[in-house]
Ligand binder design. Structure first.
Ligand code: VG1
Ligand code: CO
Length: 543
């Protein structure tokens, strides 16, 4: 076996987005494309000779091919050992867990999350640091800079490594250890939650349905929910990870998780429903005929955290991404703990958690998590909810309604306009920026604009500044409209419009969110000129 140095030309488009590099599979299949990016990672992270890495992905098409390439490159680049999930499988939160538990130098996660998989669909790769979290912006920028100047990469000439059986094998001077993808993670969950109470709840006839959406969380949910917690067989549906996710869109929301939604809104609906995404870090929570918005879910977990063994000491603080509703802020205020507002993407939470400033964090995009790992964690959120339900012995709906009655309700919705021509999407954003002055103080019915700005974040731990993280239109009553361009799309541009209105009056809490937000939606369309500038009269997805 010999190490080969391969000459290459740089690709100009390897800029990591919100969550690593995501492209269509054929883009990754171009000569040296994946290799270039992996070498750029290795050249940027300053790993000592003999360091250990974690490697795994969500099992989508190209996962296995990519893993073999990365293993051979790791061996050629002086790594001492790689821990890889059996079959190349590791959910994103499990990868984070394994990095932390085994104190490895870092890890590489292969996923395009909630985007479809298959030969013509999406693939992705990102680097996570030794804290288990996505590389910071400083590191991802260094990786991008390297990728633009790369002239060669190193790879070991060797046969593929067998990945389907647990055990250790040699790849040149490097060890490859195939690990059970579930066990470290399941152990961590058992240490945080009251499994006995959840087991008793499930035994008492409480019915649950978990939709793994043919994605990575299937084996995790089967083991934890059915085997360890004793839910009836079949409580986990679509539990076998498929390379194309069964042709579906593994995104747990009311649109794409329609199989589950039908069950949860049907005649004989279970008491609790949940789904997670392609790589297992997102979650959707449903009660019988009831949907919990992710922003409310974060607030509810925070308000009830001391019912859960792992959090019974209370929370150091809460963090939410800027577009996430301020429901969590109200809980933080009541608990007298700090609440941080960060840019979108999990990489911004890591520093806060490492510094002990926050315990829980979340995003409106169906992501919730805590300092138990450094990624959002879909199954963790489900177990947190089940623990709360077991402790309070109330339905999901009544827990949520009580929460609104106490804290007020933040009506919330997100409109996504996908696959727009880039110029049109940029045009909407620059038109809004040009209008800041004219909009301030303007009144629209009962809404008056207080200020508009471009969200900028200064990391309280390392002082780094991230600018242009979304346009905020802030109203005097606390309502908000936010415009932001997605950093995870792989086709054209995706424009997201986030809408939030606060309602203290309990008598209005039963309203449908779309009805409650109607006026704000029309203001958003009017001030942005979105429809005329993009030619779209409706969003692709509403969540
Ligand atoms: C989206 C979400 C963001 C999330 C990111 C990664 O990013 O809005 O909240 O952190 O996906 O999630 P964007 O830039 O497209 O809005 V995942 O489950 O794709 O790792
Ligand atoms: Co995901």
């Amino acid at each position: 076996m010999s190490i080969r140095t391969v000459s290459t030309q740089p690709y100009a488009d390897q800029k990591p987005g919100t969550s690593g590099l995501r492209k269509k599979v054929p883009v990754f299949q171009q000569p040296h494309y994946l290799e270039n990016f992996v070498q750029s990672i290795f050249d940027s992270i300053n790993a000592p000779q003999g360091a250990t890495l974690v490697l795994g992905g969500d099992g989508r098409f190209y996962n296995r091919t990519a893993i073999q390439i990365i293993l051979k490159m790791a061996a050629a680049n002086g790594f001492g050992k790689v821990l890889v999930g059996r079959g190349g499988i590791l959910s994103t939160p499990a990868a984070s867990c394994v990095i932390r538990k085994h104190k490895t130098f870092g890890g590489i996660i292969l996923s395009a999350s909630h985007n479809p998989g298959g030969p013509k669909e999406d693939f992705g790769i990102k680097y996570n640091s030794g804290n288990g979290g996505p590389a910071t912006e400083t590191v991802t920028e260094a990786i991008f800079a390297k990728s633009k100047a790369l002239s060669s990469y190193k790879i070991l000439d060797a046969a593929d490594v067998a990945l389907d059986m647990l055990g250790i094998s040699a790849l040149g001077d490097m060890q490859v250890q195939v690990i059970d993808p579930v066990s470290d993670y399941a152990e961590l969950m058992e240490s945080l939650f009251d499994f006995a109470a959840i087991r008793a709840l499930l035994k008492s006839g409480f019915k649950i349905k978990f939709d793994a959406m043919h994605a990575v969380n299937g084996p995790y949910a089967k083991d934890i929910i059915e085997n360890r917690l004793g839910a009836t067989t079949g409580s986990v549906m679509n539990a076998v990870p498929l390379e194309d996710f069964g042709g579906g869109h593994p995104d747990p929301n009311l649109t794409y998780a329609h199989d589950l939604v039908e069950i949860m809104y049907g005649d004989d609906a279970p008491d609790f429903g949940a789904a997670s995404d392609g790589d297992g870090d997102r979650n959707m929570i449903l009660g019988k005929h009831f949907f919990v918005t992710p922003s409310d879910s974060l607030a509810l977990l925070a308000a009830n955290a001391t019912l859960v063994p792992g959090y019974k000491q209370g929370l150091a603080g809460i963090a939410r991404s800027m577009p996430t509703s301020a429901a969590a802020d109200r809980v933080a205020l009541a608990l007298n703990i700090p609440c941080y507002e960060t840019p979108t993407g999990w990489k911004f939470f890591g520093n806060l958690m490492d510094a002990g400033k926050v315990t829980l964090c979340g995003e409106e995009s169906f992501g919730t998590g805590s300092n138990h790992v450094r990624e959002k964690d879909g199954l963790w959120a489900v177990l947190f909810w089940l623990n709360i339900v077991a402790a309070r012995k109330q339905s999901v709906e009544s827990i949520t309604r009580e929460h609104w009655a106490k804290y007020g309700r933040n009506f919330y919705s997100r409109y996504d306009y996908e696959g727009l021509p880039t110029e049109a999407a940029n045009g909407v954003m620059s038109h809004l920026r040009d209008s800041f002055g004219a909009l301030a103080g303007k009144q629209f019915g009962k809404y008056t604009i207080k200020t508009c700005d471009d969200f900028s974040y200064t990391d309280p731990v390392d002082g780094s500044v991230s600018k242009n993280q979304g346009i905020r239109i802030l109203f005097s009553d606390g309502s908000r409209i936010i415009f932001r361009l997605s950093g995870t799309g792989t086709e054209g541009a995706t424009l997201r419009v986030y809408l939030e209105a606060f309602e203290a009056d309990t008598a209005r809490h039963h309203l449908d969110a779309q009805a409650a937000l109607k006026e704000l939606i029309s203001i958003a369309l009017r001030v942005s000129e979105l429809q005329s500038r993009t030619g779209r009269d409706k969003p692709t997805v509403i969540t």
